[in-house]
Design a protein. Structure first.
Length: 654
Protein backbone atom coordinates (compact mmCIF):
# COMPACT_ATOMS: atom_id res chain seq x y z
CA UNK A 1 0.00 0.00 0.00
CA UNK A 2 1.71 3.18 -1.21
CA UNK A 3 0.39 5.64 1.38
CA UNK A 4 1.31 3.58 4.39
CA UNK A 5 4.52 2.46 2.76
CA UNK A 6 5.80 6.01 2.57
CA UNK A 7 7.11 5.94 6.13
CA UNK A 8 9.70 3.19 5.89
CA UNK A 9 11.74 2.08 8.86
CA UNK A 10 14.94 3.41 7.38
CA UNK A 11 14.61 5.64 10.43
CA UNK A 12 16.45 3.98 13.27
CA UNK A 13 16.65 6.90 15.71
CA UNK A 14 20.23 7.78 14.82
CA UNK A 15 20.32 11.53 14.36
CA UNK A 16 19.54 12.88 17.81
CA UNK A 17 19.53 16.28 16.12
CA UNK A 18 16.90 18.65 17.40
CA UNK A 19 15.86 21.40 15.02
CA UNK A 20 13.59 22.75 17.76
CA UNK A 21 14.10 22.85 21.52
CA UNK A 22 14.20 19.28 22.85
CA UNK A 23 11.23 18.32 24.99
CA UNK A 24 10.67 15.41 27.34
CA UNK A 25 7.74 13.22 28.28
CA UNK A 26 8.01 9.93 30.11
CA UNK A 27 10.99 8.17 28.44
CA UNK A 28 10.59 10.17 25.22
CA UNK A 29 12.90 12.98 24.16
CA UNK A 30 11.72 14.72 21.00
CA UNK A 31 11.27 17.99 19.13
CA UNK A 32 7.87 19.40 18.24
CA UNK A 33 7.79 19.92 14.44
CA UNK A 34 7.75 23.48 13.15
CA UNK A 35 4.15 24.72 12.97
CA UNK A 36 2.85 22.10 15.43
CA UNK A 37 1.83 22.46 19.07
CA UNK A 38 1.97 20.17 22.08
CA UNK A 39 -1.03 19.42 24.31
CA UNK A 40 -0.86 17.22 27.43
CA UNK A 41 -4.15 15.50 28.33
CA UNK A 42 -4.67 12.80 30.99
CA UNK A 43 -1.13 11.45 30.78
CA UNK A 44 -0.98 11.44 26.96
CA UNK A 45 0.93 13.92 24.78
CA UNK A 46 -0.77 15.06 21.57
CA UNK A 47 1.07 16.93 18.81
CA UNK A 48 -1.28 18.87 16.50
CA UNK A 49 -0.54 21.00 13.42
CA UNK A 50 -1.81 24.55 13.35
CA UNK A 51 -4.06 25.89 10.65
CA UNK A 52 -6.23 22.87 9.80
CA UNK A 53 -9.48 23.78 8.10
CA UNK A 54 -12.63 21.98 7.00
CA UNK A 55 -12.83 18.20 7.38
CA UNK A 56 -9.21 17.73 8.38
CA UNK A 57 -7.71 15.88 11.33
CA UNK A 58 -4.02 15.18 11.93
CA UNK A 59 -2.30 14.29 15.18
CA UNK A 60 0.56 12.39 16.75
CA UNK A 61 -0.01 10.70 20.11
CA UNK A 62 2.73 9.73 22.57
CA UNK A 63 1.43 7.16 25.05
CA UNK A 64 2.92 6.54 28.51
CA UNK A 65 5.61 3.87 28.55
CA UNK A 66 5.21 0.61 30.45
CA UNK A 67 7.67 -1.69 32.15
CA UNK A 68 7.77 -4.90 30.10
CA UNK A 69 10.07 -7.87 29.81
CA UNK A 70 8.22 -10.32 27.57
CA UNK A 71 7.66 -10.83 23.83
CA UNK A 72 7.86 -7.34 22.30
CA UNK A 73 6.21 -8.37 19.02
CA UNK A 74 3.31 -9.94 20.92
CA UNK A 75 2.88 -6.83 23.06
CA UNK A 76 2.87 -4.63 19.95
CA UNK A 77 0.18 -6.71 18.25
CA UNK A 78 -1.99 -6.79 21.39
CA UNK A 79 -1.65 -3.02 21.85
CA UNK A 80 -2.76 -2.34 18.28
CA UNK A 81 -5.58 -4.82 18.69
CA UNK A 82 -6.92 -2.81 21.61
CA UNK A 83 -6.80 0.35 19.50
CA UNK A 84 -8.77 -1.36 16.74
CA UNK A 85 -11.28 -3.36 18.78
CA UNK A 86 -14.21 -1.11 17.76
CA UNK A 87 -12.94 -0.45 14.23
CA UNK A 88 -12.93 -2.32 10.95
CA UNK A 89 -9.38 -2.83 9.67
CA UNK A 90 -9.45 -2.12 5.91
CA UNK A 91 -5.76 -2.53 5.17
CA UNK A 92 -2.48 -2.97 6.97
CA UNK A 93 1.21 -3.26 6.16
CA UNK A 94 3.51 -5.96 7.42
CA UNK A 95 5.09 -5.23 10.79
CA UNK A 96 8.46 -3.64 10.04
CA UNK A 97 11.38 -4.33 12.37
CA UNK A 98 14.66 -2.54 12.97
CA UNK A 99 17.04 -1.56 15.73
CA UNK A 100 17.67 1.93 17.04
CA UNK A 101 21.16 3.40 17.01
CA UNK A 102 22.49 4.49 19.40
CA UNK A 103 20.96 2.24 22.01
CA UNK A 104 20.65 -0.95 19.97
CA UNK A 105 17.09 -1.73 21.01
CA UNK A 106 14.27 -3.13 18.84
CA UNK A 107 11.80 -0.89 17.01
CA UNK A 108 8.54 -2.05 15.40
CA UNK A 109 6.24 -0.16 13.02
CA UNK A 110 3.02 -0.82 11.15
CA UNK A 111 0.61 1.18 9.00
CA UNK A 112 -3.14 0.56 9.27
CA UNK A 113 -6.27 1.94 7.61
CA UNK A 114 -9.37 1.63 9.82
CA UNK A 115 -13.03 2.60 9.68
CA UNK A 116 -14.82 3.55 12.91
CA UNK A 117 -18.45 2.65 13.79
CA UNK A 118 -19.61 5.94 12.22
CA UNK A 119 -18.05 4.99 8.89
CA UNK A 120 -15.15 7.46 9.16
CA UNK A 121 -11.87 6.23 7.67
CA UNK A 122 -8.56 6.98 9.37
CA UNK A 123 -4.96 6.42 8.27
CA UNK A 124 -2.62 5.46 11.07
CA UNK A 125 1.05 4.62 11.51
CA UNK A 126 2.37 3.13 14.75
CA UNK A 127 5.98 3.10 15.96
CA UNK A 128 7.05 1.34 19.17
CA UNK A 129 10.37 0.84 20.92
CA UNK A 130 11.53 -1.58 23.62
CA UNK A 131 14.36 0.10 25.52
CA UNK A 132 15.76 -0.60 28.95
CA UNK A 133 12.92 -2.91 29.97
CA UNK A 134 10.21 -0.42 28.92
CA UNK A 135 7.93 -0.25 25.90
CA UNK A 136 6.64 2.98 24.37
CA UNK A 137 4.24 3.64 21.49
CA UNK A 138 3.68 6.57 19.10
CA UNK A 139 0.67 6.89 16.77
CA UNK A 140 0.46 9.17 13.72
CA UNK A 141 -3.15 9.50 12.51
CA UNK A 142 -4.86 11.47 9.75
CA UNK A 143 -8.36 11.58 8.29
CA UNK A 144 -7.27 11.15 4.66
CA UNK A 145 -4.44 9.73 2.56
CA UNK A 146 -3.75 13.21 1.18
CA UNK A 147 -3.21 14.58 4.69
CA UNK A 148 -1.06 11.56 5.54
CA UNK A 149 1.26 12.42 2.66
CA UNK A 150 1.17 16.18 3.28
CA UNK A 151 2.26 15.92 6.91
CA UNK A 152 4.59 12.96 6.40
CA UNK A 153 7.70 15.22 6.36
CA UNK A 154 6.74 16.58 9.79
CA UNK A 155 6.23 13.05 11.09
CA UNK A 156 9.62 12.00 9.73
CA UNK A 157 11.22 15.07 11.30
CA UNK A 158 9.63 14.10 14.59
CA UNK A 159 10.95 10.53 14.27
CA UNK A 160 14.41 11.86 13.43
CA UNK A 161 14.40 13.80 16.70
CA UNK A 162 12.88 11.01 18.79
CA UNK A 163 14.96 9.12 21.33
CA UNK A 164 13.88 6.79 24.11
CA UNK A 165 15.70 7.33 27.40
CA UNK A 166 14.54 4.64 29.83
CA UNK A 167 16.91 6.01 32.48
CA UNK A 168 14.45 8.89 32.81
CA UNK A 169 11.86 6.41 34.07
CA UNK A 170 13.38 5.68 37.41
CA UNK A 171 17.09 6.31 37.85
CA UNK A 172 18.07 8.96 40.38
CA UNK A 173 19.54 12.00 38.67
CA UNK A 174 22.77 13.72 39.65
CA UNK A 175 23.16 17.41 40.28
CA UNK A 176 23.41 19.84 37.39
CA UNK A 177 27.17 19.57 36.99
CA UNK A 178 27.73 16.24 38.77
CA UNK A 179 29.31 17.73 41.93
CA UNK A 180 31.60 15.43 43.90
CA UNK A 181 29.83 13.57 46.74
CA UNK A 182 32.02 15.32 49.32
CA UNK A 183 31.05 18.84 48.19
CA UNK A 184 29.14 20.67 50.92
CA UNK A 185 27.46 24.04 51.12
CA UNK A 186 27.66 26.31 54.17
CA UNK A 187 24.61 26.25 56.45
CA UNK A 188 22.06 28.99 55.75
CA UNK A 189 19.56 30.42 58.23
CA UNK A 190 16.14 31.13 56.74
CA UNK A 191 15.10 34.81 56.82
CA UNK A 192 12.29 35.73 59.20
CA UNK A 193 9.27 37.80 58.22
CA UNK A 194 10.88 40.77 59.97
CA UNK A 195 14.04 40.26 57.87
CA UNK A 196 12.01 40.17 54.66
CA UNK A 197 10.19 43.38 55.56
CA UNK A 198 13.41 45.11 56.63
CA UNK A 199 15.21 44.15 53.41
CA UNK A 200 12.14 45.08 51.31
CA UNK A 201 12.10 41.70 49.58
CA UNK A 202 9.16 40.55 47.47
CA UNK A 203 8.90 36.73 47.74
CA UNK A 204 6.50 36.63 44.78
CA UNK A 205 9.11 38.21 42.53
CA UNK A 206 12.54 37.17 43.79
CA UNK A 207 14.13 34.16 45.49
CA UNK A 208 14.75 34.70 49.18
CA UNK A 209 18.30 34.42 50.58
CA UNK A 210 17.86 30.82 51.67
CA UNK A 211 18.59 27.20 50.80
CA UNK A 212 16.38 25.22 48.42
CA UNK A 213 16.34 21.41 48.31
CA UNK A 214 16.06 20.09 44.73
CA UNK A 215 14.37 16.81 43.76
CA UNK A 216 14.57 15.35 40.26
CA UNK A 217 11.40 15.85 38.24
CA UNK A 218 11.59 12.43 36.61
CA UNK A 219 10.02 9.01 37.02
CA UNK A 220 11.10 7.52 40.30
CA UNK A 221 10.06 6.67 43.85
CA UNK A 222 13.16 7.45 45.93
CA UNK A 223 12.46 10.72 47.71
CA UNK A 224 14.52 9.89 50.81
CA UNK A 225 16.82 12.84 50.13
CA UNK A 226 17.13 15.65 47.57
CA UNK A 227 19.42 15.38 44.55
CA UNK A 228 21.29 18.54 45.55
CA UNK A 229 20.89 21.88 47.33
CA UNK A 230 20.73 25.37 45.83
CA UNK A 231 21.45 28.55 47.80
CA UNK A 232 20.75 32.21 47.01
CA UNK A 233 22.82 34.93 48.65
CA UNK A 234 23.87 38.53 48.10
CA UNK A 235 22.00 40.63 45.57
CA UNK A 236 22.17 38.30 42.55
CA UNK A 237 24.28 35.27 43.43
CA UNK A 238 23.63 31.54 43.83
CA UNK A 239 25.67 28.45 44.55
CA UNK A 240 25.36 24.67 44.27
CA UNK A 241 27.79 21.87 45.16
CA UNK A 242 28.97 22.21 41.54
CA UNK A 243 29.86 25.90 41.67
CA UNK A 244 28.57 29.46 41.97
CA UNK A 245 27.09 31.96 39.55
CA UNK A 246 24.86 34.98 39.07
CA UNK A 247 21.23 35.42 38.13
CA UNK A 248 18.72 38.08 37.11
CA UNK A 249 14.97 38.42 37.53
CA UNK A 250 12.30 38.47 34.82
CA UNK A 251 8.57 39.14 35.11
CA UNK A 252 5.96 38.07 32.57
CA UNK A 253 2.72 39.57 33.79
CA UNK A 254 1.99 37.91 37.13
CA UNK A 255 4.61 35.19 36.51
CA UNK A 256 8.14 35.45 37.90
CA UNK A 257 11.31 33.81 36.58
CA UNK A 258 14.97 33.50 37.54
CA UNK A 259 17.35 33.94 34.59
CA UNK A 260 20.73 32.23 34.99
CA UNK A 261 23.52 34.58 33.85
CA UNK A 262 26.63 32.58 34.79
CA UNK A 263 27.78 29.54 36.74
CA UNK A 264 26.63 25.90 36.58
CA UNK A 265 23.07 26.78 35.49
CA UNK A 266 24.12 29.14 32.67
CA UNK A 267 22.34 28.12 29.47
CA UNK A 268 19.49 26.42 31.32
CA UNK A 269 15.93 27.58 30.79
CA UNK A 270 14.55 30.32 33.02
CA UNK A 271 13.37 28.95 36.37
CA UNK A 272 9.74 29.53 37.37
CA UNK A 273 9.27 30.95 40.90
CA UNK A 274 6.20 30.27 43.05
CA UNK A 275 5.32 31.57 46.51
CA UNK A 276 2.65 29.93 48.67
CA UNK A 277 1.56 29.83 52.31
CA UNK A 278 4.36 27.31 52.89
CA UNK A 279 7.22 29.19 51.24
CA UNK A 280 8.96 29.38 47.87
CA UNK A 281 9.31 26.78 45.13
CA UNK A 282 11.57 26.96 42.10
CA UNK A 283 11.10 24.85 38.95
CA UNK A 284 14.41 24.24 37.19
CA UNK A 285 14.31 23.20 33.52
CA UNK A 286 16.97 21.84 31.15
CA UNK A 287 19.76 21.85 33.73
CA UNK A 288 23.22 20.74 32.69
CA UNK A 289 24.34 18.95 29.51
CA UNK A 290 21.68 16.29 30.04
CA UNK A 291 18.93 18.93 30.28
CA UNK A 292 17.28 17.57 33.39
CA UNK A 293 14.43 19.08 35.39
CA UNK A 294 14.17 19.62 39.14
CA UNK A 295 11.66 20.98 41.64
CA UNK A 296 13.42 22.92 44.40
CA UNK A 297 11.67 23.64 47.70
CA UNK A 298 12.68 26.28 50.24
CA UNK A 299 14.02 24.61 53.36
CA UNK A 300 11.63 24.46 56.28
CA UNK A 301 7.86 24.31 55.88
CA UNK A 302 7.87 24.18 52.06
CA UNK A 303 10.16 21.17 51.85
CA UNK A 304 8.38 19.46 54.75
CA UNK A 305 5.04 19.79 52.96
CA UNK A 306 6.60 18.54 49.71
CA UNK A 307 7.81 15.40 51.48
CA UNK A 308 4.35 14.78 52.95
CA UNK A 309 2.91 15.18 49.46
CA UNK A 310 5.47 12.68 48.12
CA UNK A 311 4.09 10.13 50.56
CA UNK A 312 0.53 11.05 49.56
CA UNK A 313 1.46 9.92 46.01
CA UNK A 314 3.24 6.75 47.14
CA UNK A 315 0.98 3.65 47.50
CA UNK A 316 0.75 2.44 51.09
CA UNK A 317 0.21 -1.22 52.03
CA UNK A 318 -3.33 -2.24 52.90
CA UNK A 319 -6.53 -3.84 51.60
CA UNK A 320 -8.45 -1.60 49.21
CA UNK A 321 -12.04 -2.69 48.40
CA UNK A 322 -12.86 -1.89 44.77
CA UNK A 323 -16.04 -0.88 42.94
CA UNK A 324 -16.72 -0.33 39.26
CA UNK A 325 -17.07 3.31 38.24
CA UNK A 326 -19.60 2.75 35.45
CA UNK A 327 -22.46 3.72 37.75
CA UNK A 328 -23.49 0.12 38.45
CA UNK A 329 -21.99 0.16 41.94
CA UNK A 330 -20.83 -3.44 41.44
CA UNK A 331 -17.99 -4.64 43.59
CA UNK A 332 -14.75 -5.25 41.78
CA UNK A 333 -12.81 -7.35 44.27
CA UNK A 334 -10.10 -6.21 46.68
CA UNK A 335 -6.71 -4.84 45.79
CA UNK A 336 -4.16 -5.84 48.42
CA UNK A 337 -1.04 -3.69 48.36
CA UNK A 338 1.91 -5.56 49.86
CA UNK A 339 5.38 -4.39 50.92
CA UNK A 340 8.13 -4.39 48.31
CA UNK A 341 6.02 -3.08 45.41
CA UNK A 342 3.92 -6.25 45.34
CA UNK A 343 0.15 -6.60 45.14
CA UNK A 344 -2.54 -9.27 45.19
CA UNK A 345 -5.78 -9.16 43.21
CA UNK A 346 -8.33 -11.78 42.22
CA UNK A 347 -6.31 -14.61 43.73
CA UNK A 348 -3.12 -13.75 41.85
CA UNK A 349 -0.02 -11.84 42.86
CA UNK A 350 2.15 -9.45 40.88
CA UNK A 351 4.44 -6.46 41.02
CA UNK A 352 4.02 -2.77 40.32
CA UNK A 353 6.10 0.37 39.99
CA UNK A 354 5.25 3.81 41.36
CA UNK A 355 6.14 7.19 39.91
CA UNK A 356 6.24 9.74 42.73
CA UNK A 357 8.90 12.25 41.70
CA UNK A 358 7.66 12.55 38.13
CA UNK A 359 4.23 13.59 39.43
CA UNK A 360 5.28 16.60 41.51
CA UNK A 361 2.91 18.82 39.53
CA UNK A 362 -0.05 16.51 40.20
CA UNK A 363 -2.10 15.46 43.23
CA UNK A 364 -1.51 11.77 42.52
CA UNK A 365 1.19 9.25 41.74
CA UNK A 366 1.19 6.94 38.75
CA UNK A 367 1.23 3.18 39.24
CA UNK A 368 2.06 0.60 36.58
CA UNK A 369 1.24 -3.05 37.15
CA UNK A 370 4.17 -4.88 35.56
CA UNK A 371 3.13 -8.48 36.24
CA UNK A 372 0.31 -10.52 37.71
CA UNK A 373 -3.46 -10.24 37.18
CA UNK A 374 -3.38 -6.49 36.41
CA UNK A 375 -0.34 -6.62 34.11
CA UNK A 376 -0.19 -3.87 31.47
CA UNK A 377 -2.79 -1.79 33.34
CA UNK A 378 -2.04 1.43 35.16
CA UNK A 379 -3.57 3.38 38.02
CA UNK A 380 -3.44 6.74 39.75
CA UNK A 381 -2.94 6.73 43.52
CA UNK A 382 -3.62 9.56 45.96
CA UNK A 383 -4.08 10.17 49.67
CA UNK A 384 -5.76 13.24 51.14
CA UNK A 385 -5.87 14.97 54.52
CA UNK A 386 -9.06 13.14 55.53
CA UNK A 387 -7.21 9.82 55.47
CA UNK A 388 -8.75 8.61 52.21
CA UNK A 389 -6.36 6.51 50.13
CA UNK A 390 -7.53 5.67 46.64
CA UNK A 391 -6.43 3.81 43.52
CA UNK A 392 -8.13 4.62 40.21
CA UNK A 393 -7.34 1.62 38.01
CA UNK A 394 -7.61 2.16 34.26
CA UNK A 395 -8.17 -0.51 31.66
CA UNK A 396 -11.03 -2.43 30.08
CA UNK A 397 -13.12 -1.88 33.22
CA UNK A 398 -12.29 1.08 35.46
CA UNK A 399 -12.10 0.53 39.21
CA UNK A 400 -11.85 2.74 42.27
CA UNK A 401 -10.25 1.04 45.25
CA UNK A 402 -10.35 2.86 48.60
CA UNK A 403 -9.49 2.64 52.25
CA UNK A 404 -9.58 5.18 55.08
CA UNK A 405 -6.95 5.42 57.81
CA UNK A 406 -7.96 6.24 61.38
CA UNK A 407 -5.31 8.93 61.92
CA UNK A 408 -4.97 11.05 58.78
CA UNK A 409 -1.94 13.22 58.10
CA UNK A 410 -2.74 16.93 58.05
CA UNK A 411 -0.74 19.67 56.40
CA UNK A 412 0.18 22.54 58.74
CA UNK A 413 -2.19 25.51 58.84
CA UNK A 414 -0.03 27.86 60.90
CA UNK A 415 3.59 28.65 61.63
CA UNK A 416 5.09 28.71 65.14
CA UNK A 417 5.43 32.52 65.38
CA UNK A 418 2.77 35.02 66.44
CA UNK A 419 1.73 37.82 64.08
CA UNK A 420 3.09 41.27 64.96
CA UNK A 421 0.52 43.85 66.14
CA UNK A 422 -0.96 46.08 63.41
CA UNK A 423 0.57 49.58 63.20
CA UNK A 424 -1.08 52.50 65.02
CA UNK A 425 -3.93 54.15 63.15
CA UNK A 426 -5.32 50.96 61.64
CA UNK A 427 -8.51 49.15 62.64
CA UNK A 428 -11.97 50.18 63.77
CA UNK A 429 -14.19 47.65 61.98
CA UNK A 430 -15.64 44.40 63.33
CA UNK A 431 -17.52 41.60 61.58
CA UNK A 432 -17.48 39.01 58.82
CA UNK A 433 -18.86 39.94 55.40
CA UNK A 434 -19.17 38.54 51.89
CA UNK A 435 -20.14 39.68 48.40
CA UNK A 436 -20.56 37.95 45.06
CA UNK A 437 -20.49 38.75 41.38
CA UNK A 438 -21.11 36.81 38.18
CA UNK A 439 -18.15 35.07 36.56
CA UNK A 440 -17.94 36.78 33.18
CA UNK A 441 -15.70 34.00 31.82
CA UNK A 442 -18.13 31.17 32.60
CA UNK A 443 -19.95 31.46 29.27
CA UNK A 444 -16.67 30.88 27.39
CA UNK A 445 -16.24 27.42 28.91
CA UNK A 446 -13.21 28.51 30.95
CA UNK A 447 -14.67 29.91 34.18
CA UNK A 448 -12.42 31.83 36.53
CA UNK A 449 -14.31 30.92 39.69
CA UNK A 450 -17.05 28.43 38.80
CA UNK A 451 -19.93 30.73 37.82
CA UNK A 452 -20.03 32.98 40.89
CA UNK A 453 -17.04 34.86 42.28
CA UNK A 454 -17.02 35.44 46.04
CA UNK A 455 -15.11 38.00 48.11
CA UNK A 456 -14.85 37.60 51.89
CA UNK A 457 -13.69 40.12 54.49
CA UNK A 458 -13.35 39.22 58.17
CA UNK A 459 -12.54 42.49 59.97
CA UNK A 460 -10.96 42.72 63.41
CA UNK A 461 -10.99 45.96 65.38
CA UNK A 462 -7.25 45.80 66.01
CA UNK A 463 -6.51 46.51 62.32
CA UNK A 464 -6.27 43.06 60.73
CA UNK A 465 -8.61 41.71 58.04
CA UNK A 466 -8.77 38.17 56.65
CA UNK A 467 -9.52 38.19 52.90
CA UNK A 468 -9.24 34.53 51.95
CA UNK A 469 -11.80 31.72 52.05
CA UNK A 470 -11.18 29.15 54.79
CA UNK A 471 -11.19 25.48 53.86
CA UNK A 472 -12.81 24.12 57.01
CA UNK A 473 -13.76 26.80 59.49
CA UNK A 474 -13.34 30.23 61.03
CA UNK A 475 -10.40 29.09 63.13
CA UNK A 476 -8.27 29.39 59.99
CA UNK A 477 -8.90 33.16 60.02
CA UNK A 478 -6.98 33.62 63.29
CA UNK A 479 -5.25 36.96 62.78
CA UNK A 480 -3.00 36.41 65.78
CA UNK A 481 -1.20 33.60 63.92
CA UNK A 482 1.26 33.35 61.05
CA UNK A 483 1.23 31.09 58.02
CA UNK A 484 3.78 28.26 57.79
CA UNK A 485 5.92 30.61 55.66
CA UNK A 486 6.12 33.07 58.59
CA UNK A 487 3.88 35.75 57.07
CA UNK A 488 0.82 36.99 59.01
CA UNK A 489 -2.41 35.16 58.24
CA UNK A 490 -4.22 38.49 57.82
CA UNK A 491 -3.59 41.86 56.19
CA UNK A 492 -3.58 45.31 57.77
CA UNK A 493 -6.40 47.71 56.89
CA UNK A 494 -6.80 51.42 57.49
CA UNK A 495 -10.01 53.47 57.21
CA UNK A 496 -9.45 57.03 56.02
CA UNK A 497 -12.79 58.86 55.95
CA UNK A 498 -14.77 57.44 53.04
CA UNK A 499 -11.79 55.41 51.76
CA UNK A 500 -10.19 52.17 52.93
CA UNK A 501 -6.76 50.69 52.23
CA UNK A 502 -6.23 46.91 52.59
CA UNK A 503 -2.70 45.53 52.63
CA UNK A 504 -0.58 47.03 49.90
CA UNK A 505 -3.59 47.92 47.75
CA UNK A 506 -4.80 51.31 46.61
CA UNK A 507 -7.47 53.29 48.52
CA UNK A 508 -11.03 52.39 47.45
CA UNK A 509 -14.44 53.85 48.28
CA UNK A 510 -15.87 52.79 51.63
CA UNK A 511 -19.18 53.27 53.42
CA UNK A 512 -21.46 51.73 56.03
CA UNK A 513 -25.01 50.50 55.37
CA UNK A 514 -27.81 49.26 57.63
CA UNK A 515 -26.95 45.61 57.02
CA UNK A 516 -23.33 45.69 55.99
CA UNK A 517 -20.65 47.68 54.18
CA UNK A 518 -19.90 49.21 50.79
CA UNK A 519 -16.37 48.60 49.62
CA UNK A 520 -14.97 49.51 46.22
CA UNK A 521 -18.41 49.39 44.61
CA UNK A 522 -19.26 46.03 46.20
CA UNK A 523 -22.07 45.51 48.69
CA UNK A 524 -20.89 43.39 51.60
CA UNK A 525 -23.46 41.28 53.45
CA UNK A 526 -22.88 40.12 57.01
CA UNK A 527 -22.07 36.41 57.31
CA UNK A 528 -24.57 34.49 59.44
CA UNK A 529 -23.48 31.63 61.73
CA UNK A 530 -25.04 28.25 60.94
CA UNK A 531 -25.08 26.56 64.35
CA UNK A 532 -27.63 23.74 64.41
CA UNK A 533 -28.85 24.30 60.84
CA UNK A 534 -30.94 21.42 59.46
CA UNK A 535 -31.57 21.09 55.74
CA UNK A 536 -34.04 19.14 53.64
CA UNK A 537 -33.47 18.51 49.94
CA UNK A 538 -30.91 17.95 47.20
CA UNK A 539 -28.14 20.50 46.75
CA UNK A 540 -26.15 20.26 43.54
CA UNK A 541 -22.71 21.67 42.64
CA UNK A 542 -21.43 21.53 39.08
CA UNK A 543 -18.13 22.77 37.72
CA UNK A 544 -17.03 22.34 34.13
CA UNK A 545 -14.68 23.59 31.47
CA UNK A 546 -14.44 23.12 27.73
CA UNK A 547 -11.96 23.65 24.92
CA UNK A 548 -12.14 23.62 21.15
CA UNK A 549 -8.45 22.86 20.69
CA UNK A 550 -7.87 19.96 18.33
CA UNK A 551 -11.58 19.35 17.90
CA UNK A 552 -13.01 19.57 21.37
CA UNK A 553 -12.88 18.42 24.91
CA UNK A 554 -13.50 19.38 28.46
CA UNK A 555 -14.19 18.15 31.91
CA UNK A 556 -16.79 18.32 34.61
CA UNK A 557 -17.31 17.50 38.25
CA UNK A 558 -20.76 17.19 39.80
CA UNK A 559 -21.56 16.58 43.45
CA UNK A 560 -25.07 16.19 44.86
CA UNK A 561 -25.57 16.37 48.64
CA UNK A 562 -28.99 15.24 49.84
CA UNK A 563 -29.77 16.37 53.38
CA UNK A 564 -32.59 15.28 55.67
CA UNK A 565 -33.73 16.99 58.86
CA UNK A 566 -32.83 13.94 60.95
CA UNK A 567 -29.16 14.77 60.44
CA UNK A 568 -28.37 12.29 57.68
CA UNK A 569 -26.98 12.90 54.22
CA UNK A 570 -25.99 11.10 51.02
CA UNK A 571 -23.32 12.23 48.61
CA UNK A 572 -23.28 11.38 44.91
CA UNK A 573 -20.26 12.34 42.86
CA UNK A 574 -19.75 12.13 39.11
CA UNK A 575 -16.72 13.41 37.23
CA UNK A 576 -15.25 13.03 33.79
CA UNK A 577 -12.81 14.37 31.26
CA UNK A 578 -12.45 13.99 27.51
CA UNK A 579 -10.24 15.24 24.73
CA UNK A 580 -10.89 14.45 21.09
CA UNK A 581 -9.50 15.16 17.67
CA UNK A 582 -12.16 15.33 14.94
CA UNK A 583 -12.23 15.03 11.19
CA UNK A 584 -13.01 18.74 10.90
CA UNK A 585 -10.78 20.11 13.64
CA UNK A 586 -13.95 21.51 15.25
CA UNK A 587 -16.36 20.19 17.90
CA UNK A 588 -18.97 19.44 15.21
CA UNK A 589 -16.81 16.86 13.44
CA UNK A 590 -16.65 13.10 13.86
CA UNK A 591 -14.20 11.81 16.44
CA UNK A 592 -10.98 10.35 15.08
CA UNK A 593 -8.89 9.96 18.24
CA UNK A 594 -8.76 10.99 21.86
CA UNK A 595 -9.05 10.00 25.48
CA UNK A 596 -11.97 9.96 27.89
CA UNK A 597 -12.30 9.06 31.55
CA UNK A 598 -15.11 9.20 34.05
CA UNK A 599 -16.25 7.96 37.42
CA UNK A 600 -19.34 7.78 39.58
CA UNK A 601 -19.58 7.06 43.30
CA UNK A 602 -22.02 7.54 46.17
CA UNK A 603 -21.70 7.46 49.96
CA UNK A 604 -23.42 8.80 53.05
CA UNK A 605 -23.51 9.32 56.79
CA UNK A 606 -24.44 12.05 59.28
CA UNK A 607 -23.94 15.81 59.21
CA UNK A 608 -23.95 18.80 61.51
CA UNK A 609 -23.41 22.56 61.19
CA UNK A 610 -21.50 24.47 63.85
CA UNK A 611 -20.25 28.02 63.49
CA UNK A 612 -19.55 28.28 59.79
CA UNK A 613 -18.48 24.68 59.37
CA UNK A 614 -20.29 21.69 57.88
CA UNK A 615 -19.04 18.39 59.27
CA UNK A 616 -19.75 15.19 57.31
CA UNK A 617 -19.18 11.84 59.01
CA UNK A 618 -19.12 9.08 56.40
CA UNK A 619 -20.06 5.49 57.00
CA UNK A 620 -16.44 4.36 56.53
CA UNK A 621 -15.33 6.52 59.48
CA UNK A 622 -13.94 9.37 57.42
CA UNK A 623 -14.71 12.90 58.67
CA UNK A 624 -14.72 15.85 56.26
CA UNK A 625 -15.24 19.49 57.24
CA UNK A 626 -16.08 22.37 54.91
CA UNK A 627 -16.23 26.08 55.54
CA UNK A 628 -19.91 26.96 54.96
CA UNK A 629 -22.18 29.95 54.63
CA UNK A 630 -25.58 30.73 53.13
CA UNK A 631 -25.48 32.70 49.91
CA UNK A 632 -29.25 33.03 49.39
CA UNK A 633 -32.54 32.20 51.11
CA UNK A 634 -36.06 32.39 49.66
CA UNK A 635 -38.84 34.47 51.19
CA UNK A 636 -39.73 31.62 53.53
CA UNK A 637 -36.18 31.32 54.83
CA UNK A 638 -35.30 28.12 52.96
CA UNK A 639 -31.64 27.92 51.95
CA UNK A 640 -31.44 28.13 48.16
CA UNK A 641 -27.69 28.63 47.73
CA UNK A 642 -25.05 27.13 50.01
CA UNK A 643 -21.34 27.78 49.75
CA UNK A 644 -19.36 24.72 50.89
CA UNK A 645 -15.63 24.23 50.71
CA UNK A 646 -15.20 26.63 47.81
CA UNK A 647 -18.11 25.28 45.73
CA UNK A 648 -21.64 26.58 45.15
CA UNK A 649 -24.50 24.17 45.96
CA UNK A 650 -27.94 25.13 44.64
CA UNK A 651 -31.19 23.64 45.92
CA UNK A 652 -32.84 21.50 43.26
CA UNK A 653 -36.45 22.59 42.98
CA UNK A 654 -39.04 19.87 42.43
Amino acid sequence: MRILGIVALAWVMVSGAFGQKAQQFDIYRFAVPQGWERQDREGVVFLLPRGLTGKQAVLMSLLPSQEFGGDFRGWFERALGRFHQDHEVLERTEVQTSRAQPGDYPVLAQGVVVRDPKGVTQYRFYVAGHAGGRVALVMYATSSSELFARYEPAFKAFLDSLEFHPAQAGAPRPGPSAPPPTAKLPPVKSPSYADIVRLKLDPKRQPLPDEFRCYAFAKGDDYSKPAFALQFFGKDQYRTPGGSGTYALKADGSLSYVVWKSGPFAGSSDAFLLFSDYGQQLELRDVGPQERDYYCYQQGAREQVARVEFRFRDPQPGSYPCVRTDGSGQRGGTLEVLPGRRYRFGGGEGRYTADVLGQQDEDYGRVEFTSGPLAERYAFYAEDETGLRQFTVHGKSRLECRLTVAKPTRLPRFGPAKAPPPPPGSGGLEGRFYSWRLDVMAASGTPMCGGLCWDLYFFHKNGYVYTGEPEEGLEEADCSRTKPNGFPVCEVYRVQGNRIVIGGGKPVAFGRTAGGLELGGKTLTRLEPLDGLKLQGRYRALSAFSTNLGGGGGGFSEVVLTFSRDGRFTREGVSGYSFTATDTGTPSGDTTAGVAVGSQRSSGGTYRFFGNTLELKFGDGRVVRYFAFVGERDEGGKVKLLRLGGRDYSLEEK
